[in-house]
Design a protein around this ligand. Structure first.
Ligand SMILES: [Zn+2]
Length: 297
């Protein structure tokens, strides 16, 4: 992997680069240790699963390797991080793989608790990202339904849910939701608006972007997210994740589809904005707490 963090309790990730790593750790314990052979080895923490990792090639690159990288260790690292084998085995950096959407962790553990806690605390950022990436201004009412579905689905236990992909797995686990009455954003994909106009009989999109009905007839239009994909770049160990957004009238009548890349860095940037500069929407955070908060008690 190409990223690390210093401690399990940290949020986000940093790119593995020698100068930055030295500045962050000051070449001190627990990140710099001697192994059984008396050689210097460097350790850090996987930002996706909180397990210890060893940093390889920071001082001596291996043949055909151009960048230092991180690799999960097989044991706990003293003073740094415990080993959680279930989380390590699930980690996309440990083994990227096709996931079964129904696959769940055995139960609430430290990582899934942290996923839930972050989803609640950062829910306004999650919503901001989803609105921007989908072009749909999910209303508060719809967002509450999505939270309830996520809860019923136990989305925080999905084995593909990590500490880095919280906004997207939230959407992924919210199943199919009706979007008649929702507003399309001004910066929404022109293809999305055109597809709805051209392909959905009886639809009317107002000047303000609201999706409505021309007549009293029932109109069915929904959005859902499918095909969570993850892969690791062979060259630099970067994790690439995406899902597909589908707008449809029913299972046989797709109106629009689009691949949504998981922008881990952008989520991290948003969550690291200092409080005095942040424009938070605490009503959204409160709502997430109402729906999910008791799971953490
Ligand atoms: Zn990991």
């Amino acid at each position: 992997m190409d990223v690390y963090k210093l401690r399990p309790e940290d949020a986000g990730s940093r790119r593995i680069e020698r100068e930055d790593f030295e500045a962050q750790t000051l070449r001190d314990k627990p990140w710099y240790q001697k192994n059984g052979q008396g050689e210097d080895v460097q350790y850090a923490v996987c930002p996706a699963c909180d397990n210890p990792i060893q940093i390889i090639g920071l001082y001596r690159l291996l043949e055909r390797i151009h960048q230092p990288f991180g690799r999960h260790t097989g044991a706990a690292i003293r003073g740094l991080a415990e080993l959680d084998p279930e989380e390590r085995d699930n980690c996309p950096y440990f083994k990227p793989r096709p996931r079964e959407k129904r696959a769940r962790r055995k139960g609430l553990n430290p990582v899934s608790r942290k996923i839930l806690g972050t989803l609640i605390e950062q829910f306004d950022r999650v919503v901001y990202l989803l609105r921007k990436q989908t072009g749909i201004n999910f209303s508060q009412k719809l967002l509450r339904k999505m939270l309830e579905t996520y809860r019923a689905e136990r989305g925080y236990l999905y084995t593909g849910a990590t500490l880095l992909n919280i906004p997207w797995v939230f959407a992924y686990m919210s199943d199919s939701q009706p979007i008649v009455g929702q507003y399309l954003r001004k910066d929404a994909d022109a293809d999305l608006m055109r597809a709805i106009r051209d392909m959905v009989p009886g639809v009317h999109i107002s000047d303000g972007g609201q999706i409505g009905r021309k007549t009293k007839n029932f109109l069915s239009l929904a959005v859902c997210f499918i095909h969570h994909r993850e892969s690791k770049d062979r060259e630099d160990g970067r994790l690439v994740e995406s899902m597909k957004m589908v707008v449809s009238m029913d299972a046989d009548h797709w109106v629009h589809q689009k691949v949504i890349p998981f922008d881990h860095q952008e989520f991290q940037r948003l969550t690291h904005i200092p409080d005095e500069k942040a424009r938070r929407q605490m009503d959204l955070v409160e709502m997430a707490k109402e729906v999910l908060g008791d799971l953490l008690l």
